[in-house]
Design a protein around this ligand. Structure first.
Ligand code: PLP
Length: 338
């Protein structure tokens, strides 16, 4: 299915194909067939969706002769943790811009931050205000590194670029194979649902769906900002993708939907009902979601299905994009729930 000729080089690092698991109890409870694509199994320390994108981004960093990758994210960024670890495997150093309210008193070294530190990533703590001007800080740090004779390569937030989107274009190919094992050659209409945090996963899925030979819809549940914000970002990634890798089969822009309304208290801030939903799924299926992304997307999916059981058709594939390490720093918030 994939136009292999146009696929850019990658460094294989993710443990793929990841399992596609049918959630029998959940499916019965909700009345819709629900599978989880276990992208939390892409690795242990590399767990999650970011490593699929980083396979391509690290390959480009290497090809360009870089020796240091720069990236950015929230304090407990899964993406930055994956960057720090993947960089080592690609033979590179890493520098991370991490967002925190008070850079003079950064958060404790737990969860992803501990792994960043173990990986020896250079960490620069910046305020949310500076984070909004991160391009300037990237430029400043890149200049500083160049003056030291180093060769920097910048990976934008979440690795959500046209090149990074290839990770999820390939994941759709993988999913098609998974579903063919279940359905045979005639794969049933399927809606793929994921958390949308910086847009690259949703963009890659939408680009992959357009190329796929089975009926596939894409729905991203945004965990911050709003629909307009993500439509602009995702359309931008897709346009860039089409400009760099024009494909014959790709008539028109890719289709996807942003399911807005489930940001709750804000990015990386949890409501008790979100944490209760995480707990309930652990007890129902033995699957652990994260509080920042997959937990919110899951709550959004259930809420939409409660309003209309047919909302996403007869079959859903929920992409478990990882994030487990983000659960431990908020252990205290579960006190009343467990
Ligand atoms: C980053 C992340 C997402 C969101 O993916 P984007 O490509 O940034 O939209 C979802 N889940 C987890 C666990 C993540 O770390």
């Amino acid at each position: 299915m994939l136009p292999i000729d146009s696929m850019p080089p990658r460094i294989v690092m993710a443990n793929t194909p990841t399992p596609l698991q049918r959630m029998d109890r959940l499916s019965r409870k909700i009345g819709v067939e629900i599978f989880f694509k276990r992208d939390d199994f892409t690795g242990s320390e590399l767990s999650g969706n970011k490593i699929r994108k980083l396979e391509f981004l690290m390959a480009e960093a290497r090809a360009k002769g870089a020796d240091t990758v720069l990236s950015c994210g929230g304090a407990q960024s899964n993406h930055c943790r994956a960057v720090a670890l993947a960089a080592i495997r690609a033979g590179l150093s890493s520098l991370l811009l991490l967002r925190t309210d008070d850079p003079d008193h950064p958060p404790a070294s737990e969860g992803n931050i501990l792994l960043d530190a173990l990986a020896g990533a250079e960490i620069i703590w910046i305020t949310p205000e500076h984070y909004r001007q991160r391009d300037r800080i990237f430029a400043r740090e890149a200049d500083r590194l160049k003056a030291l004779g180093r060769k920097p390569y910048i990976i934008p937030e979440g690795g959500s670029t046209a090149l990074g989107a290839w990770g999820y274009v390939c994941a759709v190919d993988e999913l098609a194979e998974d579903l063919k094992r279940i359905d045979g050659d005639e794969v049933k209409p399927t809606t793929v649902i994921c958390a949308t945090g910086s847009g690259g996963t949703t963009a890659g899925l939408a680009l992959g769906a357009r190329l796929s030979d089975f009926p596939m819809r894409v729905a991203g549940v945004n965990v911050c900002d709003d629909r307009d914000y993500f439509v602009a970002i995702i359309d931008g990634i897709c346009e860039e993708f089409d400009r760099i890798w024009p494909m014959e089969k790709a008539a028109g822009p890719p289709a996807y939907e942003i399911v807005d309304g489930y940001v709750g208290r804000g990015y990386a801030l949890s409501r008790p009902e979100e944490l209760a939903a995480i707990r309930d799924l652990v007890r129902l299926e033995g699957v652990v979601l994260d509080p920042v992304y997959t937990g919110k997307a899951y709550v959004g999916m259930l809420a939409e299905l409660a309003k209309d059981r047919k909302r996403f058709g007869k079959r859903i594939v929920f992409v478990h994009t990882g994030g487990l390490f983000g659960l431990f720093p908020i252990a205290g918030q579960f006190a009343e729930l467990i």
